[in-house]
Design a protein around this ligand. Structure first.
Ligand SMILES: NC(=O)c1ccc[n+]([C@@H]2O[C@H](COP(=O)([O-])OP(=O)(O)OC[C@H]3O[C@@H](n4cnc5c(N)ncnc54)[C@H](OP(=O)(O)O)[C@@H]3O)[C@@H](O)[C@H]2O)c1
Length: 279
């Protein structure tokens, strides 16, 4: 991966950090998009020691659309090319909170952020025949999207919202892959496994205790990063487009995630929510 430039979101901890470490060990040039620049600078140092050819830090709170627009412009300006984009940053919110843009946080951070950033970088990604890797989750399994209430204004549930956002990741990837067909750029999504990370630690004490107990049965962050690293770097998957992976193997995602009309509907609604829709 020595001559490859890889953008990773959410590499300051958890699965994203281990993904960055795996790519650093292969000599990749890394661009980290992180909300906390000091934390990212510390991570950057350790990635250089591990073998990254270069590490550049880009600051952005990915729940904010103005930050995503600014950071995407900076990425396009500072990076000579983009070979890999890993949409990894994500979180679980047990209570309904809204972002600075007035959008439900889980949907904004987990689905709209990768949607907007990928679209803003898309021309460059296509030009470089890049790999776009989006970290979804098996949690999408029983989820359904309610297109009249994507932000769960009527009946919020933390898990319901998280599961829908991860279904959104898969539908977004599938529709993106359809649009990328024939360009040489690819888009795939994945389930990392149930991983012992900082996931959920932004919530109240009861949920944090519950997570801590559950995570005793979880796999390590290093194992959780394996499929992201595989999709970003393995020659075996160079031609794969629009597939969902688990444990470095293509798998079937839920039946609902395979309904093409829903991919288009979600794409159109997402465009409106991030201000990309053409008049
Ligand atoms: N853990 C699991 O079992 C599991 C299972 C399936 C899927 N996933 C998915 O895997 C991905 C990574 O999760 P993880 O388990 O590694 O969680 P994590 O340990 O909490 O790491 C999340 C990363 O995202 C960053 N992030 C969170 N909010 C952000 C924001 N507003 N702007 C920019 N960056 C932000 C965090 O930055 P800070 O360091 O600043 O907090 C951190 O680097 C997520 O998409 C998650 O949905 C996780």
């Amino acid at each position: 991966m020595k001559d490859k430039i890889c953008i990773i979101t959410g590499a300051t901890g958890g699965i994203g950090l281990r993904t960055a470490e795996g790519l650093a060990a292969q000599g990749a040039q890394l661009a980290l998009v992180a909300r906390d620049p000091e934390k990212a600078a510390r991570v950057g140092e350790s990635l250089r020691r591990l073998g990254a050819s270069s590490v550049e830090i880009f600051q952005a709170d990915l729940s904010r659309q103005d930050d995503i627009r600014r950071v995407s412009a900076e990425l396009l300006e500072r990076l000579p090319r983009i070979d890999v984009l890993i949409n990894n940053a994500g979180a679980f919110y047990n209570k309904r909170v809204e972002t600075a843009d007035g959008i439900e946080m889980t949907f904004a951070l987990n689905h709209l952020a990768p949607f907007l950033m990928t679209n803003l970088l898309l021309e460059q990604l296509i030009e470089n025949k890049a790999r776009i890797v989006t970290v979804a989750s098996m949690a999408h399994g029983n989820a359904q999207l309610d297109f009249d209430d994507l932000e769960l204004k009527n009946e919020f549930g933390g898990w319901k919202s998280y599961a829908r956002s991860k279904l959104g990741n898969i539908m977004f990837t599938n529709e993106l892959a359809r649009r990328l067909d024939g360009t040489g750029a690819t888009a795939n999504s994945l389930h990392p496994g149930f991983v012992r990370s900082n996931f959920g630690s932004n919530n109240g004490i009861l949920l944090r205790i519950g997570m801590w107990l559950a995570m005793r049965f979880a796999i390590s962050e290093v194992k959780g990063a394996a499929t992201s690293i595989y999709l970003a770097s393995s020659p075996e998957v160079a031609e794969f487009n629009g597939r969902y992976f688990d444990k470095c193997r293509p798998r079937y995602s839920s039946r609902i995630s395979q309904v093409e009309e829903s991919w288009v509907k979600l794409w159109d609604q997402s465009e409106k929510m991030v201000g990309l829709a053409k008049a």
